[in-house]
Design a binder for this molecule. Structure first.
Ligand SMILES: [Ca+2]
Length: 279
């Protein structure tokens, strides 16, 4: 499979002022001002699910479903994959902020839960989905892992990975990574990993408790916050239109299971659009 043009990868991996690229990702230099406080304007949310007791404008794909008042991306069964997309493209070019709560439960005994879920921005369509197992519903299937289906082209995935796959060079069974192959089918592998969290994460994402994530895009950078931490867990230099071909995109979630499994539940989801402000 061809890699994206080198200029694209170099562009997305270049650290902006105040940040430094390291072996594990891009980090904020501690001695510099708290520029990560910039976040999109507080406008009326364009996505607002306080729970999922009603379907709203969601496109549910494969094994994703509403389960009571939660969005269950996959049930805790082997070989599942699911996606849920907001049914209209959103104009993301001026920035966005999205917050969601998630809970991962009923882990299998052998793997202790797998494979995780992703918040995905994509320019492919409202029925897009990738492979199962470690591909987490956004990536291409491994040569070692049927079904060998392609990942979602023109996508960026913030992957909350809960299973360490040696074939993908995963650093742990509990980390967050940002993945894109540009216009090509995405992968959950090391060559598509633009950034990942330092290890270990303070939070155990598959402890069965409710966790909160916030993802902030300002043109040129994407930051990911976990739970109530005041600083981002990770950040990557990203220009949406250069990676996925447009500033207008579908947004939503994917998840998958393989031999290991767990319930991947989203409990709430909101998203606002707009330009930078100081929070
Ligand atoms: Ca993995």
């Amino acid at each position: 499979m061809k890699l994206p043009p080198k200029s694209v990868l170099n562009e997305t991996r270049r650290a902006p002022p105040g940040w430094k690229k390291t072996a594990w990702g891009t980090v904020l230099l501690c001695s510099l001002p708290m520029i990560y406080g910039a976040a999109p304007a507080s406008q009326s949310p364009v996505v607002a699910f306080s729970d999922f007791s009603t379907a709203g404008k969601l496109s549910l794909v494969e094994n994703a479903s509403r389960h009571g008042d939660v969005l269950r991306l996959t049930p805790a069964r082997p070989m599942q994959r699911g996606a849920a997309w907001f049914s209209a493209k959103l104009p993301l070019g001026q920035g966005f902020s999205t917050t969601f709560h998630f809970r991962l439960t009923d882990q299998d005994e052998g793997f202790g839960g797998a494979d995780g879920f992703a918040f995905v921005i994509q320019n492919s369509g409202p029925s897009a989905i990738g492979s199962n197992g470690g591909a987490a519903g956004f990536g291409s299937g491994s040569d070692l892992w049927p079904p060998n289906v392609p990942g979602i082209p023109s996508s960026i995935a913030v992957f909350f990975d809960t299973c360490q796959n040696p074939e993908y060079d995963d650093p742990a069974e509990n980390y967050i990574g940002i993945y894109s192959m540009g216009r090509l089918p995405n992968e959950s592998a090391s060559r598509s990993r633009l950034a990942r969290t330092a290890q270990p994460l303070t939070a155990n994402m598959k402890d069965g408790g409710v966790h909160m994530a916030r993802i902030v895009y300002t043109p040129g950078s994407l930051s990911v916050f976990l739970d109530d931490a005041p600083v981002p867990a990770l950040m990557a230099a990203i220009e949406l239109s250069k990676l996925i071909g447009s500033d207008d995109a579908y947004v939503g979630f994917t998840a998958a299971t393989g031999n290991g499994y767990e319930n991947h539940d989203i409990l709430s989801w909101s998203m606002s659009l707009g330009g930078p402000r100081t929070r």
